[in-house]
Design a binder for this molecule. Structure first.
Ligand code: TYD
Length: 156
């Protein structure tokens, strides 16, 4: 039986955050219960990522995340076990909502980039699936076929 809580790569939407523009610089405020489609429990950021590094390489069972490029740019590949999409994030006011049950890889970090992640739950090691075959099996038990098609790149 299909677990309705497990979304697909097409459920991972690019969200346009509010932007307050000023000649002296712009502000993007993110308020709980208003600007994100899930409750905010944790914020973390990746920085000092060496060129050529890849981050992610796992899925989460229950966690929702919004991933954004607070500075610079990088690519996020999302994979639901059937469809793979690659989204380039390069503006601080675009966030990618990654729903539970999606394998993600972050690559092509520009020099000095900062990846900000807003998460729906505190850190919990048990929520991770770190093995790709285990991920495919996890999806399969929820009625998802596992012939992965890469549908190509999108720029936010
Ligand atoms: P991980 O999520 O695997 O990083 P990435 O997907 O970016 O490669 O986390 C790397 C390490 O940091 C791992 O040992 C767990 C730890 N960590 C925390 O303790 N708290 C957190 O909120 C996060 C995101 C990671």
């Amino acid at each position: 039986m299909r677990d309705s809580a497990l979304g697909t790569a097409y459920d991972c939407a690019v969200v346009h955050f509010p932007r307050i523009e000023n000649r002296a610089g712009n502000i993007t405020p993110l308020e709980a219960n208003k600007d994100l489609p899930f409750p905010i429990a944790r914020v973390y950021y990746l920085y000092d990522v060496p060129g050529g590094s890849s981050r992610g390489g796992h899925a989460h069972k229950a966690l929702h995340q919004a991933i954004l490029a607070a500075s610079g740019s990088f690519d996020v590949q999302i994979d639901d076990g059937r469809v793979k999409r690659t989204i380039t994030l390069n503006r601080p006011y675009y966030g990618l909502h990654v729903v539970p049950g999606i394998w993600r890889e972050l690559t092509n970090f520009s020099s000095g980039s900062v990846c900000l992640v807003i998460a729906s739950m505190p850190y919990e090691a048990a929520d991770y699936i770190r093995d790709y075959d285990e991920f495919l099996a996890y999806r399969r038990t929820r009625g998802n076929a596992t012939h992965v098609t890469d549908v190509g790149a999108v720029t936010a």
